[in-house]
Design a protein around this ligand. Sequence first.
Ligand code: NAI
Ligand code: F6P
Length: 388
Amino acid sequence: MLAVHFGAGNIGRGFIGNLLFQSGYQTVFVDVNQEIVDLLNEKNQYTVVLADKSQEELQIRNVSAVNSGTDPDQVIELIANADLVTAAVGPNILPFIAGSIAEGLRKRIAANDAPLNIIACENMIGGSTLLKEKVYEKLEESEKQLFDSRFGFPDAAVDRIVPNQSNEDKLMVKVEPFYEWAVDETKIIGSRPEVEGITYVEDLKPYIERKLFTVNTGHAAAAYIGYQAGMRTIDEAMKIKELQELIQQTLQETGRMLISKYAFEPEEHQKYIEKIVNRFVNPYITDEVTRVGRSPIRKLGPADRLVSPAVQYLQLTGDVPVSLTRVIASAFLYDYKEDPDAVAIQEAIYEKGIERAIEQFTGIEAGSILSETVLDHYHQLKSGITIK
Ligand SMILES: NC(=O)C1=CN([C@@H]2O[C@H](COP(=O)(O)OP(=O)(O)OC[C@H]3O[C@@H](n4cnc5c(N)ncnc54)[C@H](O)[C@@H]3O)[C@@H](O)[C@H]2O)C=CC1
Ligand SMILES: O=P(O)(O)OC[C@H]1O[C@](O)(CO)[C@@H](O)[C@@H]1O
């Protein structure tokens, strides 16, 4: 069985590649990083290390790679013959891989009538749906019906913390032992890809919202508030008692919203929160706040981990979320110079003021109660009332 995976980065090698190998696939990674492509083709294997007391090493074999920048025809050929296509490149990169996927699917249609599923494994709601939209933008109107009947783009929720790597062995990836991969089975075309570790679900929305608004909201809170307090890593940040408390309060807010929306069992949800917070304090993982906080424009978007739960909390409970708005404010103070999103946000604040910047990046209307609350937190945090 042939799997083509776009993005041989942290989650690509450390999670998706790992499960594909365990499920019997031959995996070809598609990436634009020539060094990683060369190494994968030279070794045809790499090591995944579990970040816990055991430090267990898994050998991931049957892998190779192609550089889509220099060898686009090979990528097209691979897609034409694949049994499964997956991607973990980042939401902003999905439009750039759509062209070769469209071409590959065209070539496949000309050669055989086997169905194919394409699963984007990004931290976002509707990642595969977005990829499908971008692929379909490359099609003629007349092609779309046949594509609909042959190719599935099931959305997914993926969860495993894989920090940036600093190993001497450039292919080695250190990952937390925990993982979860839920896939929307209603959008599968043909038979379900048999991948060890995938949970097929009929309704993905509760899974993806629970995950994005707990793991990723909590993590973003630790990153932005931790950065504000001068911390370098998430585990350092988590040692600050007040920060842990703020994360707990933030996750109580997202929890209240999720429980009210999906009728989750409160005790079960509380256990889920505790488990997530424990993952953040894993002493075997060094995860920089600047990785977890990366791309703040994306993270402040209306459908993402901070603003969406805040807006839904207000709508569902009638109360203003005190902690979520504080985390949103701290994201507006995130001024890490190496992050182009952070720089753009700071420039927008400088040029048009914080209130307009909040509206621009979050879609929260200026003058609304949410905007006013974020604004209050922003001014307090800026005047030095920090967590430390
Ligand atoms: N790292 C993690 O723990 C998790 C990450 N994710 C999601 O997975 C996605 C990837 O994240 P990471 O693996 O952390 O990032 P990463 O930066 O380690 O990996 C991304 C890879 O995509 C490659 N890439 C960039 N442009 C490309 C293109 N045009 N074609 C093919 N490959 C291209 C990069 O060279 C890199 O190897 C993101 O959406 C992230 O939110 C989801 C869950 C966990
Ligand atoms: O990958 P993103 O969306 O930039 O956000 C980083 C987040 O993703 C993860 O890497 C994995 O879920 C978390 O560590 C963190 O919450």
